[in-house]
Ligand binder design. Structure first.
Ligand code: OOG
Ligand code: NI
Length: 265
């Protein structure tokens, strides 16, 4: 990996660890002390300037990433793109955005109020994606968003940071199947996202995924604090395409369920 790539992911990883206490023990459990290859990370945003997917993607394009896939999630009112780097050991990047104009009026009003607080020049700053919520948010507004869209409330509360890292199961020395990974996680007391089944996808769609339910963290609002779901860990096993290369895209039907890893429970 180039130094720019490893530096950016190193900073994203430090912020992620600070909000995901289960990540270190899971890393140890699956890697057994060895390095772990990250399949991808994900970021969330709103489709309003200056914080659209395309604007956030500039951080990755600047270090060699290119757009490699587009996805739509009609029920959740989301769109997403994924980005890849020519170096196959660089994690892929999945960035989604809420289609704000498709939300009820009261949701639109709140999100526009948040995004209006973002200095457009700040979006390209080196630390914009590293644990950064560039707006004030009240508890009442958070709760209104949560009633209509779990995604909107999570994004408003946590802002810009990796909402998950993803273990590449293909690269694990001690595990050959996602079933075995899931069993080890459950035996160690971790709670998996079971929406749509613990394993999303199949060998037929060339990608199997599972994830933990998000840890919890304290978020500061303008008028108080609340403990809410923070970030989660994902596990991905990729299968070879006809040309022998591992499939490198995402599967919308599976991603739709992975989003639910930050649901309130
Ligand atoms: C992204 C969910 C989709 C995947 O691997 O399909 C995803 C999110 O929760 O922001 O990560
Ligand atoms: Ni993911």
């Amino acid at each position: 990996m180039t130094q720019a790539v490893s530096e950016l992911f190193g900073r994203l990883w430090s912020d992620y660890l600070a909000h995901t206490p289960s990540a270190k023990p899971i890393h140890q459990l699956l890697g057994k002390g060895a390095d772990i290859v990250n399949d991808h990370i994900a970021l969330r945003t709103f489709n309003l300037a200056p914080v659209t997917v395309d604007a956030l993607a500039e951080h990755f394009k600047a270090i060699g990433y290119v757009e490699a896939g587009q996805y739509a999630f009609e029920a959740k009112k989301l769109k997403a793109k994924h980005f890849e780097h020519p170096d196959p050991t660089a994690p892929k990047v999945f960035i989604s955005e809420l289609l704000v104009e498709e939300m009820p009026e009261e949701v639109q009003t709140i999100i526009k109020k948040l995004v209006a607080q973002v200095d457009p020049k700040a979006v390209s700053a080196a630390d914009f994606l590293i644990g950064n919520r560039p707006w004030q948010l009240s508890l009442a507004d958070y709760q209104t968003l949560a009633k209509h869209s779990e995604y909107a409330s999570w994004t408003a509360a946590w802002g810009y940071r990796a909402n998950h890292f993803t273990v590449s199961v293909n690269h694990l020395a001690g595990f050959d199947t996602l079933e075995a990974v899931n069993q080890a996680l459950k035996d160690a007391g971790h709670v998996l996202n079971s929406s749509g089944g613990e394993i999303k996808g199949s060998p037929e769609v060339l990608l199997e995924q599972s994830s933990t339910m998000a840890d919890k963290g304290v978020v500061k609002f303008s008028d108080g604090e609340l403990t809410i779901p923070s970030c989660f860990y994902e596990f991905a096993l990729r299968y070879p395409q006809a040309d022998g290369e591992l499939y490198s895209g995402f599967v919308a039907a599976s991603a739709d369920k992975i989003f639910e890893s930050t649901a309130q429970n």
